[in-house]
Each structure stands twice: as C-alpha cells, then as structure tokens.
Design a protein around this ligand. Structure first.
Ligand SMILES: NC(=O)c1ccc[n+]([C@@H]2O[C@H](COP(=O)([O-])OP(=O)(O)OC[C@H]3O[C@@H](n4cnc5c(N)ncnc54)[C@H](O)[C@@H]3O)[C@@H](O)[C@H]2O)c1
Length: 323
C-alpha cells in the first residue's frame, strides 16, 4: 500500500484532504502528522481512525527527528501544517516564522534525506498581496503584506532552493480562502455562524469592503489530489473560484440564512493593523488541465449552519454560553 503523509491533517483543510484520500483511494495508508495546536482536533479525523489504514503521529514539523519518522517510506507528502490565522500573526509573528518557515524547511530536509518522490506544499493566495483589479497568475511577483503571508512566501523561497539545488520533487499550490465544516471559528464564515447561533452580533473589521474569494474545502481537497497525480514537479498552481464577496456580503449571506437583514446584526469593529483590500488569482492553468470548482457558498451555507449548530460544544471556550 502506498503511504501518504498529511501534515496538519487534524486541522481544517488537512482533515478534508484526509477525507478525500479515504473516499477515493482505497489503496493508500494515510499518516496524519500534526502537532495538535488549538487548531488541530482529533475529532476532525476520528471517523477514520478506526480504519487500519489511517494513523496519527503527534509531532512538530520544526523537529527534524519527528519529520524523519513521519516521512520515512512515504510515497507522497502533502504539507498543510501551518499557523494559519492572520489576526494571530500580528501579535505572534515569531511563532508563524517558526512553524511556517523553519517547519517547512525542516520537513523538506527530512523529505530530501528520505528521497520522498512527490511533495505538495500548500500555500495561499495571500502571498501575492493586494490585487486591486483583475487576477494574478503564478508568474506574478510575491508581495506579502502581513506576518502570516510573509511566512508563507518565505517558505516558498526555501522550497525553490530545494527544487533547484537538490531536485526535490515539490509542487506548490496557492489557494483562495477556504470554507467548510470543521474550520476553527476564528475565520470569518464559521465565526459569523457561531455568533448567529449563540445570539451574538457579527463583528465587521473596518468598513467591511475587503474582498475575498471563497473556495469550498471539498473542491480544494479534490484539486490537491488531482495535482498529486497530474501536476508537474517544480510547478506552482493557483487553486481558485469565482465566488468573490466582501465581508459585508458574507455577513449578508449568513444573516439572510437566519432570516435577518445585515444591518440588524452587524457591528463595525477596529480593523486589522493592515488589511488587504482584495486578493484575486487566476486559476486558468489548473482549469486548462480539466479541474473546476463545483460548490458555491450560498448553496453550502445551510449545511455549514447545521454542522456548527450540532458541534457548538467544541468551541465552548469561545462561545460558552449564548449571549
Ligand atoms: N483556511 C484557509 O482559508 C486557507 C486558504 C489558503 C491556504 N491555506 C493553507 O492551508 C493550510 C491549512 O490551513 P488550515 O486553515 O487548515 O489551518 P488550521 O489552522 O485549521 O490547521 C493547521 C493544522 O496544522 C497543525 N500545526 C500547526 N503547527 C504545527 C506544527 N508546528 N507542526 C505540526 N502541525 C502543526 C495544527 O495542529 C492544525 O491541525 C495552511 O498551510 C494554510 O496556510 C488555508
């Protein structure tokens, strides 16, 4: 059986990659390698752990010995572990550099030593920085603007060195904002849903006019496995969607699902120290290979609401008692 390692597999996006692997690849063993930070939750993969072909190794991607143990004999490593929340990165940027830059470097060194034949590194559309109009392709210069996106861009620079100098077979993917079940409610969509479910108002950073594209994590996981098979080593692929909304529009979609108008439920709060007005990537390279997103936020909002309403107790530290 082929061994596939998913770092950060107990987190949000990583656990959906694990789902997609288990659903579509009966011939693989999956090892989740995860430090289990606040964002990792064993319940995200619990539904697979009873199967013999899934394992969990708790460890830190910044520790070489742990990485060596994880990637030994691996046929594919999908690197999704990261500190991922921009707001935290402003106050805690060294931790972001430690995990996202040193951790990625350490994992790649272990992969190089073990001769892993294929690696997918999960990066983000935020590495391009603000894109005020149109959409940027994979050749565009990186201009990150916050400690999170800077650490993701720095990690990519380390990978370029590994690709060129050591011929380590790495593919890089840069994805839009993701949405789906099991996302920690620090991110906008689950946060708004949990606020509505607990009778709280929706906090909007600044004017609320910042725009983001929202890609279903199911589509994202499909794209990752698609590229694992059809992508070219050394290449970078944007993974995107046409689903673009301002923060106010996201609040409107959530509020409407609860039968409210946005002005009835939103509060404007202080903005981030720096808040990119817009990100926008062209994913025509991936589309030309035959991949397309299939899901839309508006269609998925009912399913998401149902899941967060059934799993609110997971987040009792954030939303203990209804307000
Ligand atoms: N969520 C998004 O909207 C989005 C969009 C584009 C790209 N990405 C990228 O996708 C990847 C996954 O993001 P996510 O939203 O699932 O993040 P997440 O915060 O939900 O999960 C991150 C996971 O990584 C683990 N982790 C953190 N530090 C670790 C360490 N030092 N060693 C091992 N494991 C560690 C955590 O325990 C957690 O399980 C990240 O690389 C992120 O940059 C996310």
């Amino acid at each position: 059986m082929r061994k596939i390692v998913v770092t950060g597999g107990a987190g949000f996006a990583g656990s959906h990659i694990v789902d997609e692997l288990c659903r579509t690849r009966p011939d693989v063993r999956v090892l989740v390698f995860d430090k289990m930070t606040y964002a990792g939750d064993v319940r995200n993969i619990a539904h697979h752990l009873l199967e013999d072909r899934i394992g969990l190794l708790v460890g830190d991607v910044a520790h070489l010995d742990a990485c060596r143990r994880a990637v030994e004999g691996a046929d594919l490593v999908i690197h999704a572990a990261a500190e991922s929340h921009v707001d935290h990165s402003f106050g805690n940027s060294l931790e972001f550099t430690r995990t996202n830059v040193l951790g990625t470097h350490t994992l790649m060194e272990a992969c190089r030593q073990a001769g892993v034949p294929r690696i997918i590194h999960v990066s983000t559309d935020e590495v391009y920085g603000e894109v005020m109009s149109g959409a940027v392709d994979e050749q565009t210069i990186l201009r990150p603007t916050n400690p999170y996106s800077s650490s993701k861009a720095a990690a990519e620079m380390i990978l370029r060195g590994y690709i060129q100098s050591y011929r380590v077979p790495i593919l890089i993917v840069r994805a839009n904002n993701l949405y789906g079940v099991r996302q920690y409610p620090e991110k906008i969509i689950p946060r708004f849903l949990c606020h509505m479910l607990t009778g709280r108002r929706l906090p909007i950073h600044g004017s609320g006019c910042n725009r983001r594209h929202y890609l279903s994590t199911t589509d994202f996981a499909r794209a990752i496995l698609f590229l694992a098979e059809r992508g070219e080593v050394g290449e970078t692929y944007n993974i995107g969607t046409e689903e673009e909304y301002t923060n106010l529009e996201v609040a409107g979609i959530v509020a409407a699902h609860f039968g409210k108008r946005p002005e009835e439920v939103i509060d404007h709060v202080a903005d981030r120290p720096f808040n990119d007005a817009r990100y926008s990537i062209s994913w025509s390279k991936l589309a030309a290979m035959g991949w397309r997103p299939e899901n839309r936020l508006r269609d998925d909002i009912g399913r998401l609401t149902q899941w967060y309403s059934e799993n609110l107790n997971r987040y009792s530290d954030l939303f203990g008692a209804p307000a």
